[in-house]
Design a protein around this ligand. Structure first.
Ligand code: AMP
Length: 114
């Protein structure tokens, strides 16, 4: 069993505000929200980063992204807009080595990101 905190959340061994889950993915509220809506979508499978995605993982990756769009609907930010963010590696500030997509919305975003 992996010690990864997001694996623990996926296995319900660690508390999180889970708002959606199915056999492949789990979505939960970020513990340190950067926008009115800040949800993380993860695959249940432990993939450290997008850089580690194998060709066989692509359908799962597509589902993670599609779930991000579903969360935006659930959070009523489809029309106002939202951002899906996937950090990979140190320069991007990836802090948790379990692939995750941030769903951010509910406020005006700036570009380029910091
Ligand atoms: P990243 O910098 O892309 O790796 O983002 C990791 C995100 O995970 C950060 O936004 C953290 O606030 C969030 N995070 C870390 N631990 C938890 C946790 N136990 N529950 C919910 N969100 C978490």
């Amino acid at each position: 069993m992996t010690e990864c905190i997001f694996c623990k959340i996926a296995r319900a061994e660690m508390k999180a505000q889970v708002i959606y889950s199915d056999e492949d993915v789990v979505a939960f509220r970020d513990i340190n929200p950067q926008a009115p809506t800040h949800v993380l979508v993860i695959p249940r499978k432990h993939i450290p980063s997008i850089a580690d995605c194998a060709p066989d993982d692509l359908p799962l990756l597509a589902k993670v992204l599609q779930t991000g769009a579903k969360i935006a609907e659930m959070e009523s930010i489809r029309e106002s807009g939202y951002r899906l963010v996937l950090n990979a590696g140190p320069d991007a500030g990836q802090a948790v080595n379990h692939l995750h997509v941030h769903v951010l919305g509910g406020r005006k975003m700036t570009w380029p990101p910091g």
